[in-house]
Design a protein around this ligand. Structure first.
Ligand SMILES: [Zn+2]
Length: 384
């Protein structure tokens, strides 16, 4: 497959009026011109790597905790048409029994559209004081035997875990996760800067939805103690992910983050719940019928009493649009939703960057980030 007349967004620059060649599922050539009779005309649109969402709970009316064969198909399709080609299905803290069942369903999932890059367990080892919309009864201190059981059951299918490093037994848990090559993310936590530094030194490399359910400066007997937010700015190599839907973090805060954090360490996530890509007005966060009730208004999910947000209804194209509004240039905004999240996962995948030898996960869009073509593993899966 050859695509001509596109502006290719690579990691460092935009190659105007270029061509790309794909053989099987791999990018094999990027050139000013490629000789071919049959090709796809990009009509001067942008061509970028497919978007990578490393924190996503659902969409299209479904949540990854739902039973039923259609769950993976519905969620991946709902996000794929908005440019997502890879995702890390995220399971919000639930009973251990439900998590085990959901891990089993991940392993048996069929007929899904996007690449699945392994599961993200958002809990259960989180701080109840920073539970956000998560059911507090499902949260507890790390239990190493239980964690081992989950990891063994998943058999390599857990890519990432969010934990609160101030809880008892966290050091042992972090060691276990590192040994199993699982990305360690700090979130739903009241950790102080010292605790974050310790976790970072032991292998944690990411902060889960920066600003949401994260500690900041507190005063203890008059002394100011720094928290996760300050750690995110002070530790250069510590990656942060942000829900760039324009609601969880207002545009001015996105500008602030962009000003003070190296853009190469910022990843955009949807943290989308089941209502993403639907017109639902009332729904649940978590398992259908059993999760936390929420309402959808002003383009975001809220707890029924409106005391807190309960996840976003964003898709990745919207995240890019929001970052452009915040003054980020297109090249950097695209990196934040492609190569940066792949790096945050430890660069285990040949994705997130348009270069020869990488997987052919590609999206085409215009200057309004309106997606017109999606290619996953060399196959056209969506054409507007
Ligand atoms: Zn989440």
């Amino acid at each position: 497959m050859i695509i001509k007349n596109v502006n290719i967004i690579t990691k460092c620059e935009i190659l105007n009026n270029y061509c790309i060649e794909i053989k099987d599922d791999i990018i094999t050539n990027i050139a000013k011109d490629i000789d071919a009779d049959n090709y796809i005309d990009g009509f001067g649109r942008f061509l970028s790597p497919g978007f990578v969402d490393i924190h996503i709970h659902g969409g299209g009316g479904y949540d990854f905790l739902d039973e039923g064969d259609e769950t993976y198909q519905k969620i991946t399709y709902a996000h794929m048409i908005h440019g997502t080609t890879s995702m890390v299905p995220t399971l919000v803290a639930s009973s251990i029994g439900d998590l085990k069942k959901a891990i089993g369903r991940y392993k048996n999932a069929k007929n899904y559209t996007c690449n699945l890059l392994g599961l993200h367990l958002e809990g259960p080892y989180l701080n109840k004081e920073q539970c956000g919309a998560i059911n507090i009864d499902c949260l507890h201190d790390p239990n190493i035997e239980e964690a081992k059981e989950l990891i063994e059951l998943a058999n390599g299918a857990i890519t990432r875990i969010t934990l609160a490093p101030e809880l008892a037994n966290s050091n042992e848990l972090i060691k276990l996760l590192r040994e199993n090559n699982i990305t360690i993310s700090i979130g739903h936590s009241n950790a102080t800067l010292d605790i974050v530094k310790n976790a970072y030194n032991n292998g944690a490399n990411l902060i889960t939805h920066f600003y949401s359910a994260c500690s900041s400066i507190t005063r203890r007997n008059g002394y100011r103690v720094l928290g996760i937010i300050e750690a995110g700015y002070l530790i250069d190599d510590l990656d942060i992910e942000i829900i760039a839907d324009g609601s969880h973090l207002p545009i001015d805060l996105l500008k602030y983050i962009y000003k003070f954090k190296n853009h190469e360490h910022i990843s955009l996530i949807t943290d989308a719940m089941r209502a993403a890509g639907t017109n639902l007005k009332e729904t649940y966060l978590g398992k259908m019928g059993e999760g936390t009730e929420c309402v959808i208004e002003d383009g975001v999910a809220k707890l029924k009493d409106r005391s807190a947000f309960a996840g976003s209804i964003a898709t990745c194209d919207q995240l890019v649009k929001t970052m452009l509004k915040a003054g980020v240039d297109l090249n950097e905004a695209i990196n934040m939703v492609t190569i940066n999240p792949i790096k945050a996962l430890g660069s285990k995948f040949k994705k997130g960057e348009i270069k020869v030898g990488n997987d052919a996960d590609i999206v085409l869009f215009d200057e309004n980030i309106d997606i017109s073509l999606v290619i996953i593993n060399g196959e056209i899966v969506y054409k507007k």
